[in-house]
Design a protein around this ligand. Sequence first.
Ligand SMILES: O=C(O)CCC(=O)C(=O)O
Ligand SMILES: [Mn+2]
Length: 241
Amino acid sequence: MTMPLFDEDGDPAPKSGIEWLGSQACVLRGLALARADALLAALSIVSTQAPFRHMLTPGGVTMSVAMSNCGPLGWVSDRRGYRYSPVDPVYGQPWPAMPDALRVLAGEAARQAGFDTFEPDACLINRYEPGTRLSLHQDRDEQDFTQPIVSVSLGMPATFLFGGLTRSERPARVALWHGDVVVWGGVDRLRFHGVAPIKGDAHPLLGPVRINLTFRRAGPALTPPVVTPPSAHTPRRTAPP
Ligand SMILES: O=C(O)CCC(=O)C(=O)O
Ligand SMILES: [Mn+2]
């Protein structure tokens, strides 16, 4: 089997470098490539603990993309709506811990994109098969929009749709390859985005599958450490006799 080498316009896959999609949004080409084996090994353990499942939209439609999560919080959808939960609703257990290989990559990607203090507490794992897609949406179930989104692509290539702050703005079509990482935050944090139907050749490592890891800070904002005023440390003086 050969690697797919060209995108839908016939352009070759870029292997490295940074491409800006907005003033605070970029693709880090190939950043995850050298550690793909470690990421896939970690994911295989996660998915035995929290197997992929097709969630229901609040409207009762089964999603075509299969999903799982790792980290303290996991994104879930059902008839009650979209939300983050510390517990996998299928098994009633906490989600598997976020493997170090994933957490470290997310932090590095965020730093390269200009976000120095990203500490994800959620990693949504999406599994696409040929023909599946993700319609245009904003990521807005998180509490802290000052933190970016970091999104890692593995397996089959995809066309990422990156729109504006309104649904009506026509999205750019960005080819994403095995190992690419997209980061968007700051003024670009709430841009609409999605994935066009997956098509093309099976991937040599993963077969007819695309895996996407989306890292987020879903819970409360990171608060600066509380500094106790020095007077609170001073031992209380007893009154002179
Ligand atoms: O698969 C992707 O590249 C994007 C995934 C995404 O936007 C999401 O899970 O919210
Ligand atoms: Mn999204």
